[in-house]
Design a protein around this ligand. Sequence first.
Ligand SMILES: *Cc1c(COP(=O)(O)O)cnc(C)c1O
Length: 433
Amino acid sequence: MEAAQDLQSRELRERGARVLVGGVNSPVRAFSAVPGDAPLIAGGTGSRVIDADGREFTDYILGYGAHLLGHAPACVLDALRGELDASWSFGCTTASEIVLAEQIVASIPGVDMVRFVNSGTEATMTALRLARGITNRNLIVKCDGGYHGHSDALLAQAGSGVATLALPGARGVTPNSVRDTLVVPYNDPDAMTAILSHHGEHIAAVIIEPVAGNIGCIPPDPGYLQHLRSLTKEYGALLIADEVMTGYRAAYGSAALALGGSFDLICLGKVIGAGFPVGAVAGRASLMEQLAPLGPVYQAGTMSGHRFAMAGGSAVLGTLSATEPYEALDAMTSHLVTEGAALLEAKGIPAYGTKRGGMCTLFLGIGEAHSYEDVKKADTTLFGSYHAHMFQHGILLPPSQFEAVFVSRAHTMEDIDRFLSILAEWKPPSMRS
Ligand SMILES: *Cc1c(COP(=O)(O)O)cnc(C)c1O
């Protein structure tokens, strides 16, 4: 019986390897940085997913953070059922787009208008084009390890996927397409001051993940986001908060605002589409009105504002408030990283735990970390052994030290305690007899 089930994943993996590049449609799914085969998922509900062989896992990937309420929550199922019979894509506007935009405007101060796109990548591409169109400047500044999707200009020194695969940069990205991209270390206010004082009048925008999420979870140092706000104001550059991951996950609405920072344009994705393809650029009316059809900055999309993503996202946002579910998520991620780091230390492994709302990271082999340079020193071999152990015991973690770990409203403290007791049983390689 088990052998027959085993065949299911193995057979699918073999078929997949023939017709999908690396068996996947996004590189990190290949699990190249950890031992063992990549899982083939059959389905999920709440905090759990089941693979093609019927094995159950507690899911800490959660569609890379998209499933804030867990898999297939009743509110999203109900919302979709209500939409299904009316068909789902028209090349014309539907009410679902207006409703979700209204919810975003109502929950993020400083946002008057929204443009929906199909991915986080498109959101950041659009935000950059808009910033360049508005300022009539070319340069953009990003942080080392900041991931803003896979568009050419933003793929310079871009964290997790690129870091995990140890790509030297990315082939196929021409020097010209990254010529206007300047890169500074994250959480380094002096480096940001230096680059703005040197290139200030040519800089269209600074784009930042307010809580870095694609080098593992690294919150901003106190005062850093405020510093970016005043610097960009001083030099007339726009500040773009890329909250594709952190929006409605690290905090209700914008994590930048929750942390005392600010932005001119905000990019959203993941949670606002409830796990359907989505992205959004939003900001105050005077900036957003520069987009076509009101303004000269062109942007378009056949599937933009797709009804399933809009209705699903709307159902999720309808359940949220400033505290719900953020207090519960924060309690779970706090418990996970505090106790997790203590367990690792007890095994003689230096560890550093970080968290913000429903995202967190346990770094292995390093102490405190504030930047990509710091987290690069983490022990990825040790991480591989830890990941494989957790996987064998039914804990599905993102397959890289440099990906954040996610919890959902469907997770419970019991889930976290189970995570910790499985971690406690892990025998690091050096401790094996
Ligand atoms: C996931 C992510 C993106 C890219 O979103 P896609 O939907 O994968 O294109 C951009 N920025 C950040 C911060 C992200 O976490």
